[in-house]
Design a protein around this ligand. Structure first.
Ligand code: PHB
Length: 390
């Protein structure tokens, strides 16, 4: 290399160093989003729908939220609470994410919330209904785009009583989501004059329902309340029908029992009554546009999980825009979100002081391959947020 080559290199190097800080100042670093969702197990399809919904909104925003391009870091949490702390620490410590999105399972969501609270990391929960997440564990940096377990449980309890049923059995998985939805159901049902006469459960994610169905048959309640979801819900609804119970003891549930599952449940699900913050025939311009875009992009129909993922991205975008992309400014982020109205495919909703959606709970009935709205079970229902102090 001769002198003139050397000095040309030096000139280029100087030019690069001079222009670099300018260029960096103009392009903020990518926002690191940690997606902690199930990719395997009974809730795998739910995780996929949440991620699809999230990516759909992001694409509609030209790939940016709050002015920042995004980069995803993913872990499969397997809906296993015992691995949740390790999994969330991978995202926070190893990948250094700015925001956590997750998860589906209530126990996993609670573990995430514990770590998010301890580290101050922004978290948006796109499903897991554990009441504590926006109750006793609530925090300035923790939000939910979905529901508390109490909300759809309470709503369907009132609706079952309004149909004239006096006694009910409950059947669910024995963990936070099942316990809390059944508790919400009992409160709504008994406050409206009903009586829960039998409470049945089995460990998550077991699907050996036969002996419990035999107990229901001999107890002869007026109706049954149940919470199952994903693969477990498919099997439960088919087994309930297969045991010959559907005609004599009407089946009710939180809407997860029949959401994203109707293809697989077939005629067994026909007529099942549920309550949820979404339905298939809302037929609003907002929802129709969402459903069309989702079906075109992913070649499948959206469900409640897709909507919750979509709205998690919307909430992230709204909050970040208010703090100019600074995910560490959780107080500014929270102030913006608690004042916002989220224009969701489910219908507009607001965010409570505890950071949980205040939303309508629809009464739905399965008809063919759709969860059809037949009324509003509870209007603008707000979770009581027991124990939350923010
Ligand atoms: C939960 O564990 O909170 C949960 C899981 C699946 C659902 C709904 C709630 O569909």
């Amino acid at each position: 290399m001769n002198i003139s080559q050397l000095s040309r290199r030096a000139v280029i190097a100087t030019a690069v160093t001079l222009t670099m800080p300018l260029a960096m100042a103009q392009t903020p670093q990518k926002l690191k989003i940690g997606l902690m969702l199930p990719a395997t197990g009974t809730f795998a399809a739910l995780g996929t729908a949440i991620e699809n919904g999230f990516r759909l909104h992001l694409a509609e925003q030209g790939g940016k939220l709050g002015g920042r391009e995004v980069e995803f870091f993913k872990v499969d949490d397997e809906s296993d609470p015992s691995k949740a702390i390790d999994n969330v620490n991978k995202l926070i410590k190893r990948d250094n994410v700015d925001v956590l999105i997750g998860s589906v399972h209530s126990g996993v969501a609670m573990a995430m919330a514990r770590v998010a609270k301890g580290t101050g990391t922004l978290m948006i929960n796109p499903n897991g209904g554990a009441d504590a997440v926006t109750g006793s564990m609530c925090a300035v940096n923790i939000f939910r785009s979905s529901f508390s377990n109490w909300q759809p449980g309470f709503a369907i309890g009132q609706a079952m009583a309004a149909k004239g049923h006096k006694t009910a059995a409950t059947i669910t998985w024995k963990y936070a989501a099942g316990d809390e939805m059944a508790r919400g159901f009992k409160e709504g049902f008994e406050k409206s004059g009903g009586k829960v006469t039998k409470e049945l459960s089995l460990p998550f994610p077991n699907v050996e329902f036969q002996s419990l169905l035999t107990e229901i048959a001999s107890a002869k309640p007026d109706a049954v309340f149940s919470f199952f979801a994903g693969g477990g819900a498919v099997k439960f609804v088919k087994d309930y029908d297969g045991a010959g119970l559907k005609k004599s003891i009407p089946l009710f549930g939180t809407g997860f029992l029949t959401d994203g599952t109707l293809e697989a449940q077939g005629a067994s699900a026909e007529g099942v009554l549920t309550s949820l913050h979404y339905a298939d025939n809302l037929n609003t311009p907002r929802d129709n546009a969402f459903r069309l875009a989702y079906a075109k992009t992913f070649k499948m129909q959206p469900d409640v999980y897709a909507v919750q993922g979509y709205d998690a991205a919307q909430m992230l975008g709204i909050g970040l825009a208010a703090v100019k992309g600074d995910a560490k400014n959780t107080a500014g982020f929270a102030a913006a979100l608690t004042k916002a109205t989220i224009d969701s495919p489910r219908g507009k909703f607001t965010i409570s002081k505890a950071h949980n959606p205040i939303q309508d709970m629809y009464l739905r009935q399965v008809s063919g391959k759709e969860n059809k709205v037949i009324g509003v079970a509870s209007k603008a229902l707000e979770d009581p947020a027991t124990g939350c102090r923010i």
